[in-house]
Design a protein around this ligand. Structure first.
Ligand code: UDP
Length: 322
């Protein structure tokens, strides 16, 4: 059985939909940001907190857990700057508790959701896993601290792990059953689509004077189902002993500017956006684009869904609420 912590959240719920085809799945989620309706009925669900040993212990005693996949983190850069305690408490301290209980029960395989925010403001056009990590906000720092803990735990306790550094996850499941549903929503693609559905008056472009071709920020958008598939490949590599301690970027290798994303949304939805040019948002690097060659070379994974498919799937899901 595989324990998916945060399996009711955006990326966790998409992973579960793929994983239940291959493994028994147990979800632990406290439903603070996850949604009960996103939980796959084929998985066992326990409502509880990863920072609470009293919630964790009985689960590890009761179920034959082979590996843990950990998605239960806070992930908003701006909020992490305003309220760093919240980020260090949940993303670091609670993860440490989870690791402690895992080790106590001799569960030694761990897949960790990390982020492009660990790189800070990258020097390279295309970011490699061995590029310098120098996060510029508490969110990125909280993830990097856990990465460092994992390195030490591997050496000291034989904990095996794969760290997956996500770039910009977006899109929705092909079934239309689950999608991106944050409250409040801060991410570009859902905000544009909500605007195109008439739920918002306009879409703001945060900064038009970046050193990029059209002056807006460039990001590497990756379909959430591509992300889910990468997790499964990583899990298989851990379980069959091919990998013990690895870190991989997960991106498309392609960068799109904010303006290009808005134009693609207009094309896919055949609707016109009311675009407002706004000030820069604090903490945004001009360009974040991954090389995912390492995971392709080692595990054979690469992203196969392009920006139009990402937006098209998200649109199908958002429209359901229209
Ligand atoms: N962005 C924007 N308007 C918005 C929301 C986001 O221009 O209403 C920009 C943001 O500044 C960044 C890009 O879109 O350059 C992606 O932002 P998002 O919050 O989706 O993801 P992040 O890159 O922060 O993880």
């Amino acid at each position: 059985m595989i324990l998916v912590v945060g399996g009711a959240g955006y990326i966790g719920s998409h992973l579960v939909k793929e994983l239940v085809e291959k493994e028994e799945v147990l979800i632990l989620d406290n439903l603070t940001t996850g949604h009960v309706e996103a939980i796959d009925s084929r998985a066992v669900f326990v409502e509880g907190d990863l920072g609470n040993e009293e919630d964790l212990d009985p689960i590890f005693s009761k179920y034959p857990i082979k590996a843990v996949m950990h998605f239960a983190a806070f992930s908003l850069v701006g909020e992490s700057v305003q309220d760093p305690y919240k980020y260090y408490e949940n993303n670091v301290a609670n993860t440490l508790t989870l690791l402690k209980v895992m080790l106590k029960h001799k569960v030694k395989n761990f897949i960790f959701s990390s982020t492009a925010a660990t790189y800070g403001i990258p020097e390279e056009e295309i970011i490699l896993e061995n590029s310098i990590t120098s996060p510029i906000n508490p969110y990125g720092k909280s993830k990097l601290i856990v990465e460092q803990i994992l390195t030490d735990f591997h050496q000291a306790y034989g904990l095996n792990y794969v760290v997956l550094r996500y770039f910009n996850a977006a899109g929705a499941h092909i079934s239309g059953e689950i999608g991106e549903n944050h409250d409040p929503e801060t991410h570009l693609i859902p905000l544009i689509l909500q605007h195109l559905l008439g739920e918002r008056d306009s879409i703001s472009v945060f900064g038009t004077d970046y050193p990029t071709a059209d002056g807006t920020c460039i990001r590497d958008y990756i379909h959430v189902t591509d992300l889910a598939e990468a997790h499964i490949q990583a899990l298989e590599a851990l379980l069959d002993g091919r990998k013990e301690a690895e870190t991989y970027n997960l991106g498309n290798g392609l960068g799109y500017s904010v303006k290009e994303v808005i134009e693609t949304c207009e094309k896919v939805t055949e609707r016109k956006a009311n675009v407002v040019l706004a000030e820069r948002r604090a903490g945004d690097p001009a360009r974040l684009v991954a090389s995912s060659d390492k995971i392709f070379n080692e595990l054979g994974w690469k992203a196969v869904r392009n920006l139009e498919e990402i937006i098209g799937s998200a649109w199908e899901w958002h429209k359901k609420g229209e």
